[in-house]
Design a protein around this ligand. Structure first.
Ligand SMILES: [Zn+2]
Length: 74
């Protein structure tokens, strides 16, 4: 896995560009450690709830609506 181009230091949360040593605090990322990408927001905003339209008043469907116009045709 390639190192992310831009990552956040897990120690100081500094933004670094490339490499595996923090340019802010000098922390070196352990081998295999995948830092957070600076491009990803830690908490994406929740999507607005979808308004579910209430179904229309229930009614009894006619046989033609259930089986089609010709129920004897296969
Ligand atoms: Zn740092």
């Amino acid at each position: 896995m390639a190192d992310p181009a831009t990552w956040l230091c897990p120690v100081c949360e500094g933004v670094n560009h490339g490499g595996r040593v923090c340019s802010t605090c000098g922390n070196r990322l352990p081998d295999g450690f995948v830092p957070r990408s600076a491009f990803r927001t830690p908490a994406p905003p929740p999507s607005p709830p979808k308004v579910v339209k209430a179904p229309s008043a229930p009614r009894t469907p006619s046989p033609e609506e259930i089986f089609g116009s010709n129920p004897f045709r296969y």
